[in-house]
Design a binder for this molecule. Structure first.
Ligand code: UDP
Length: 255
């Protein structure tokens, strides 16, 4: 198969030129990084699972009226998406206190937050993705006030929907990170959800046992990272059968 031109290689994904102008192929790797890439490793089969989980979540969100960059899954590790200009922000939504929130503000670990909190981080590896305020974002032009309002509104709607979706399968959605992109739509610029939604960028706790089912297993060396990701996929009803060679079809059989 002719290899497409690589556009970008990130920590967990590689982007290739898509088959038509304005499209991109997102390839999900098994590579994992944490602590601003100080910790590196691989999680066998992670790319396959994250490709499926992202497809599942983005498809559900699209049905809800949240615009996304997702077009369709191509095979076990690749999905076709619309080319967008990524807004240089990580939008984090939190429901339960953990991670950097507890460290930065001394909030008790595991505290159910009085309401969902949205935070913004400026995407810059060299700076370690610093927390920024709405003032920084609009003053420095990373997003317009309207775009910011749009992203925050979508993030909260996504949180409401996904909290319920995960609760139904015995999982607490603790927090997650989103990225948005600008899409040229005729003469209009539209914001759409981009990147991915997977256990790499959210925290999922088993509702019964409190067991971690996300990348914290890798960050904190808790073991059985693959098993946890697989369990999330299994409960969502999207457990892929195999990552064997030649398994490029079957995307239509999902759901
Ligand atoms: N997150 C992410 N990418 C980042 C930083 C955070 O996907 O570069 C996700 C992380 O998995 C968690 C949420 O955003 O679900 C909040 O992370 P937090 O600010 O607590 O940072 P951490 O403790 O991971 O450093």
């Amino acid at each position: 198969m002719a290899r497409r031109r690589q556009i970008y290689e990130g920590k967990a994904k590689v982007l290739f030129e898509g088959p038509e102008p304005g499209t991109i192929v997102q390839y999900f790797k098994d590579d994992a990084t944490a602590f601003n890439a100080l910790k590196k490793g691989t999680i066998a089969g992670k790319g396959v699972l994250n490709n499926r989980i992202t497809e599942y979540v983005f498809t559900k969100l699209a049905a809800l009226g949240i615009p996304t960059h997702f077009i369709r899954r191509l095979n076990m590790r690749e999905q076709l998406v619309r080319q967008v200009e990524i807004v240089p922000l990580e939008v984090v939504v939190r429901n339960i206190a953990t991670g950097s929130l507890t460290k930065r503000l001394g909030i008790e670990e595991g505290l159910q937050l009085p309401r969902s909190i949205v935070e913004y981080y400026y995407k810059d590896d060299a700076l370690g993705d610093p927390l920024v305020s709405e003032e920084h974002i609009t003053a420095f032009g990373w997003a317009t006030p309207m775009e910011l309002e749009d992203m925050t509104g979508m993030a909260l709607r996504i949180n409401d929907f996904l909290t319920g979706m995960f609760a139904a399968i015995g999982i607490k959605l603790v927090d997650f990170k989103l990225e948005f992109g600008r899409l040229m739509d005729q003469d209009m610029v539209r914001l759409v959800l981009a990147d991915e939604f997977s256990p790499d960028n959210c925290r999922l706790w088993d509702a019964e046992t409190g067991e971690k089912m996300d990348k914290d297993r890798f960050r904190q060396d808790l073991g059985n990272v693959e098993g946890a990701y697989q369990e999330v996929a299994r409960r969502l009803g999207i457990m892929p059968e195999s990552d064997g060679p030649g398994d490029h079809k079957g995307s239509e059989s999902i759901q």
